[in-house]
Design a binder for this molecule. Structure first.
Ligand code: BTN
Length: 246
C-alpha cells in the first residue's frame, strides 16, 4: 500500500499562469525539495518549444514537482520521468501505454498512438522543476491526435490519489537517476518506445532533420537513428512515424 502524500508537500491552486513558472519562482525563494504545485487551470501553461499547454479541472491533471541536486548530469532525465509516469499509471490499471522520444506518454486509441501526457523539465541553479500535463479527457487539438486517461483506464482515481501515485514513482526514479543516471533505465525505456525499430522522421520547426530506422536511445538518452549516412544521434526534434507507415 502506497503512503499518501504528505499534505504539506502539496500546494493545490485553482489557477495560476504556469505551475512550472510559479514553482521555479518559489524554488528561487527557497521552497524545499519535494514540493509539488498543482493547478486546476493554467492561464499560460507551457509546452515544449514554446507551445501552449491547455488544462482545466475536469479534463487534466497539471502539476510540477521540485527536486534539488548540485552537479547532476540531467541528460536522459525527461526519459526517466516518462518511464516513471508510465509505471505509475500502469499500477493504477492503465493499458496500451507507450513512450515517445523524448518525453511524451502515448495511449493506443482507435488504431493510433495518441498523446496522453507531456513533460517539461526546467532548471534554475540546483532546482530541477519537473512539469507534467496529463490529459484525463482528450483535448481537441488541431494538429495532434490526443488521448485522455479515460481512454485507457476504466475507473479513474480521484486526482489527489493519481497525483500521489505519480509522485511516488517520480521520487523513486529521481533517487535512481541521481545515483546512476539514465543508463540502467535505458532497456526498460526502449522496451516501451512506441516506434522502436520503425522507420521514423525527426522534424524541427517544420524542417526534416533526419529520417531512418529508430534504434532507440543511448546511455544518455540521445535518439539513435540509422540513416543513409549511418548511425546518428540526436538531442532535439519531434519524432513521427514516416508517412504511410502508421
Ligand atoms: C509538452 O509540450 O509535451 C510538455 C507539456 C508540459 C505541460 C506541463 S503542465 C504543468 C507544467 N506547467 C507548465 O506550464 N507546463 C508543464
Amino acid at each position: 500500500m502506497m503512503t499518501p502524500l504528505h499534505p504539506e508537500r502539496v500546494e493545490w491552486r485553482a489557477e495560476c499562469a504556469s505551475t512550472n513558472t510559479l514553482l521555479r519562482e518559489q524554488a528561487e525563494a527557497g521552497a524545499p525539495a519535494g514540493k509539488a504545485l498543482v493547478a486546476d487551470r493554467q492561464t499560460a501553461g507551457r509546452g515544449r518549444h514554446g507551445r501552449v499547454w491547455q488544462s482545466s479541472p475536469k479534463e487534466s491533471l497539471t502539476f510540477s514537482v521540485l527536486f534539488r541536486g548540485k552537479g547532476i548530469a540531467l541528460s536522459g532525465l525527461s526519459l526517466a520521468v516518462g518511464l516513471a509516469l508510465l509505471r505509475a499509471l500502469e499500477k493504477q490499471g492503465a493499458q496500451n501505454l507507450s513512450l515517445k522520444w523524448p518525453n511524451d506518454l502515448l495511449c493506443r486509441k482507435n488504431g493510433t498512438d495518441a498523446k496522453l501526457a507531456g513533460i517539461l523539465i526546467e532548471c534554475a541553479g540546483d532546482a530541477v522543476i519537473i512539469g507534467i500535463g496529463l490529459n484525463l479527457e482528450a483535448p481537441d487539438l488541431p494538429e495532434q491526435t490526443t488521448a485522455g486517461l479515460f481512454d485507457c483506464l476504466e475507473t479513474l482515481p480521484e486526482r489527489p490519489a493519481l497525483l500521489a501515485a505519480i509522485i511516488h514513482e517520480l521520487d523513486s526514479i529521481w533517487v535512481d537517476f541521481v545515483a546512476r543516471g539514465f543508463a540502467p533505465l535505458r532497456a526498460d525505456w526502449q522496451a516501451r518506445h512506441v516506434w522502436q525499430g520503425k522507420f521514423v522522421r525527426l522534424m524541427e520547426d517544420k524542417r526534416v532533420l533526419a529520417e531512418g530506422i529508430c534504434r532507440g536511445v543511448d546511455d544518455n538518452g540521445a535518439l539513435c537513428l540509422v540513416t543513409n549516412e549511418g548511425e546518428q544521434t540526436f538531442w532535439a526534434g519531434d519524432l513521427s512515424l514516416r508517412a504511410g507507415d502508421a
